[in-house]
Design a protein around this ligand. Structure first.
Ligand code: CP
Ligand code: NVA
Length: 304
């Protein structure tokens, strides 16, 4: 694996397979690599709130013997109090790595460009690689395979969707995305994912029809309709996404053994009904737990 983890695009299918295997080992034996990060300190530079990413990284780093410093929006004030390159160079003199959660993807790229320590993308407006790797692990854990499965992503074609598109195609599963018009995934991401589809003999579909996307799907995936940073568009988005709610009616043509996934946080009654997210097909809290194990595997790959 290269020095940083910024997008799924930088990982090969083989590296993803290795991370999935390592995650399984770590999950089965929490004490593995318990001294890996001894005397090392990682910084969490977060411009946005977080539950899962912050807590799972802090716990994972502690389980690997390391320390953490949380640097929220008021501490570093990335690019405002001082330039992002100066932040990267300064933090490289104190820390052994940074998990960065930023608004603008260019900021995480800028950190990586100027840092001499590993930078991990903990979500940007364009990508959420730690989430997507966790999601693929969670699917494989549930079905014991990826081959022949289809993930249907219903909602906004943004960060989570982009990373899922890249991860699914590299890991060898089909993906169908349905978004409202105007919220389609970025063209360049689709093109990159398509290149891997051909190599791995899997299928991608992008449409504006949730009914079409969920037909026969084994994994149904939702994200919020209003992502962090999009709050000013809330009223418009609630209207635009109105027909994209995941509910019993929509899922009548999904595979009968489908699983429901959501990166969380969730808004019951908007992108998904309470019946579905709290129902028997939902694996959202296994998925949330798996952030911890997957990120430990990422740290092990970056630091061993
Ligand atoms: N899924 C996820 O990244 O959750 P947080 O925003 O709570 O970190
Ligand atoms: N798309 C969401 C994901 C949250 C984990 C957001 O960016 O807010």
């Amino acid at each position: 694996m290269s020095k940083h983890l910024i997008t799924i695009d930088q990982l090969t299918s083989k590296e993803i397979k290795h991370l999935l295997e390592l995650t399984k080992k770590i999950k089965n034996n929490k004490g593995l690599y318990k001294d890996l990060l001894t005397a090392r300190t990682l910084g969490l530079v977060f411009q946005k709130p977080s539950n899962r990413t912050r807590v799972s990284f802090e716990v994972g780093i502690a389980q690997l013997g390391g320390n953490c410093i949380y640097l929220g929006p008021d501490e570093i004030n990335l690019g405002v109090r001082e330039s992002t390159s100066d932040v990267a160079k300064t933090l490289s003199r104190y820390l052994d790595g940074v998990v960065a959660r930023v608004f603008n993807h260019a900021d995480v790229l800028e950190l990586a460009k100027h840092a001499s320590i590993p930078i991990i993308n903990g979500l940007s407006d364009a990508y959420h690689p730690c989430q997507a790797l966790t999601d693929i692990f969670s699917i494989k854990e549930r079905f014991n395979k990826l081959d022949g499965l289809t993930l249907a992503y219903i909602g906004d074609g943004n960060n989570v969707c982009h990373s899922l598109l890249l991860a699914a195609c590299k890991a060898g599963m089909n993906i169908s995305v349905a978004t409202p018009q105007g919220y389609e995934p970025d063209f360049n991401v689709i093109e990159k994912a398509r290149a891997d589809c051909e190599k791995n003999d899997v299928h991608i579909s992008i449409s504006n029809s949730p009914q079409e996307a969920v037909r026969g799907a084994h994994v149904i995936y939702a994200d919020v309709w209003v992502s962090m940073g999009d709050e000013a568009e809330t009223d418009k988005r609630l209207k635009d996404f109105d027909q994209f709610q995941i509910n019993d009616e929509l899922l009548k043509d999904a595979d009968k053994d489908y699983i429901f996934m959501h990166c969380l946080p969730a808004h019951r009654g908007q992108e998904v009904t309470e019946e579905i997210i709290d129902g028997k097909h939902s694996i959202v809290f296994d998925q949330a737990e798996n952030r911890l194990h997957t990120q430990k595997a990422i740290l092990i790959s970056l630091y061993s």
